[in-house]
Write a protein that binds this ligand. Structure first.
Ligand SMILES: C[S@@+](CC[C@H](N)C(=O)[O-])C[C@H]1O[C@@H](n2cnc3c(N)ncnc32)[C@H](O)[C@@H]1O
Length: 260
């Protein structure tokens, strides 16, 4: 039986992202609006845990030294920098031009953490690109590793994004993705989404005078098929091995898939 128990997301956010085109338009406007506060929001919403989760994702990747890596929905570049610190040659791609400007500013000096990062990211702008992860501007089979942090949940067409990742990976290449999960248990899901809605509304009001801004997160989780289903989609697309690791007791997930 379907239940709306705990469903406190205002209808207008859910309605606006209901169709792929609606979600595409909404997501672009949202991230353009919050880009300058994105790093602060990520730390606040994760209680400072986000960096640890990203380090865990990178630790699951094998053979990063000299690997060609692509970080999708790179935002301000956290995962791209973490991959570079482990010796990968990284391209970061994001649909939001302001996010790419901020990532480039970090790679050009501001926020650079140590010498290894400086060596991996010489001061030029070419490693961060504006682009759509549903239509990647790369030829087939060029990357050893594709990562994405909170990327898959935000695309208008999840199957298409996974197919694009599969297309640009070399055989044997790895996909790693960190995202919120959609808990299968209805009571857990209701509590989780209610909590995120309340915290999101408060943060949205404080930072933007608009409680809807971060209510997008629970609305998008509600629409997301969940970690198990994403594993099946990866396998259906041609990833011979696909699994996920539970993070935060299963409220979040890190997927790891190998292209055959
Ligand atoms: C929640 S942020 C994640 C940023 C970063 N990966 C991190 O882990 O902090 C989601 C990012 O996805 C980007 N995005 C949304 N739709 C996209 C698409 N179709 N193609 C590429 N990037 C997209 C947004 O611009 C935003 O920067």
């Amino acid at each position: 039986m379907q239940t709306n128990f705990g469903d406190t997301t205002p209808v207008r956010v859910r309605d606006r992202i209901r169709t792929p085109e609606g979600k595409r338009v909404y997501v672009r406007a949202l991230f353009a609006r919050i880009a300058d506060r994105y790093d602060f929001i990520t730390v606040a919403l994760s209680y400072g845990q986000d960096r640890r989760w990203k380090e865990r994702l990178v630790a699951y990747a094998s053979d990063l030294g000299g690997a060609h890596a692509l970080d999708l929905a790179t935002g301000t570049g956290d995962l791209a920098f973490a991959l570079a610190e482990r010796g990968a040659r990284v391209v970061g791609l994001d649909i939001t031009p302001r996010m790419i400007e901020l990532a480039r500013a970090k790679s050009n000096g501001a926020g650079r953490r140590d010498g290894a990062l400086a060596a991996a990211f010489p001061p030029d702008d070419t490693r961060f690109l504006v682009g759509d992860m549903c239509a990647l501007p790369f030829v087939d089979q060029v990357f050893d590793v594709v990562t994405t942090g909170y990327g898959l949940r935000n695309v208008p067409d999840l199957a298409l994004a996974i197919a694009e990742i599969h297309r640009v990976l070399k055989p044997g290449g790895q996909l790693l993705s960190l995202d919120f999960n959609r808990p299968a248990n209805a009571m857990v899901r209701a509590a989780y989404l209610t909590y995120l809605t309340a915290v999101g509304a408060a943060l949205g009001w404080l930072l933007h005078r608009d409680p809807d801004t971060y209510r997008y997160i629970p609305a998008s989780i509600r629409q997301y098929p969940g970690a198990e289903a994403v594993v099946r989609m990866m396998r259906d697309c041609g990833f011979g091995r696909a699994t996920y690791y539970r993070v935060l007791g299963g409220l979040m997930a890190i997927h790891h898939a190998i292209r055959t």
